[in-house]
Design a protein around this ligand. Structure first.
Ligand code: SF4
Length: 219
């Protein structure tokens, strides 16, 4: 049992509290958000989603002309390729009748493999959809996770799958916990453990060994 990782979670939870992610009105909206947030800030995703004007559902995107879809999601950046990804994802979802309750009856690994076969979906996006849209216990790893693990000296591994497996070995499969832990890491990365970290007042300040921080701070 890695008490260091557990300690990290407990400290973040006690400082920031429950995060209640993902901000969306439906599983499909989470799926769309997971595509749109690739390589852009969340504020741009919100602008793009607002442009659907209440019509963000799979049937609407299925029937929409490609050029019209590109125009709607333009604020999210990379809109040409993201429109193709959304069409592909929506087509994949159709085999479950756009019904999250049907999809949730399938084995998680089957759904993960299918998602990884959809154009534009890599491990981080697939796991975000599994966890935040469908409530499967699949831990999401991102650059914030990697950075915090390095600075806090959690020896979780050097690549996506290694880090994911490490977290999932330390913590039993628990979608609510995985949901909250990843959200806490993102919140922490945006408030204290930024690219140039703000260590003063950080809730991990007393226990963090700050690997590489001096080098980061000087660049
Ligand atoms: S003490 Fe500094 S390096 Fe460590 S987690 Fe906090 S902000 Fe990041």
């Amino acid at each position: 049992m890695d008490n260091r990782l557990i300690k990290l979670y407990e400290l973040l939870l006690s400082y920031y509290g429950e995060q209640e992610w993902w901000p969306a009105n439906s599983p499909y909206e989470v799926m769309v958000g997971a595509i749109l947030t690739q390589n852009t800030a969340w504020g741009n995703v919100e602008m793009a989603i607002a442009r659907f004007e209440g019509n963000l559902n799979p049937e609407f995107i299925r029937d929409l002309e490609m050029e019209a879809l590109k125009e709607i999601i333009r604020p999210s950046g990379f809109f040409n390729q993201k429109a193709v990804y959304l069409k592909s994802l929506t087509s994949w979802y159709s085999q479950y009748n756009y019904d999250a309750s049907i999809l949730r009856r399938e084995p998680m690994e089957k759904i993960r493999n299918e998602l990884l076969g959809v154009k534009g979906i890599g491990p981080e996006t697939a796991d975000s959809i599994l966890l935040y849209a469908f409530n499967f216990p699949s831990f999401v790893v991102d650059t914030y996770t990697m950075r915090l693990c390095e600075r806090y000296s959690v020896c979780a591994g050097k690549n996506y799958n290694a880090v994911k497996q490490y977290f999932e070995q330390i913590f039993e499969p628990d979608a609510a916990l995985y949901n909250n832990f990843h959200a806490l890491i993102v919140t922490h990365a945006k408030t204290h453990c930024r690219k140039t970290p703000v260590c003063a007042g950080c809730p991990l300040e007393e226990t963090c060994v700050r690997v590489g921080v001096e080098r980061v701070s000087l660049t």
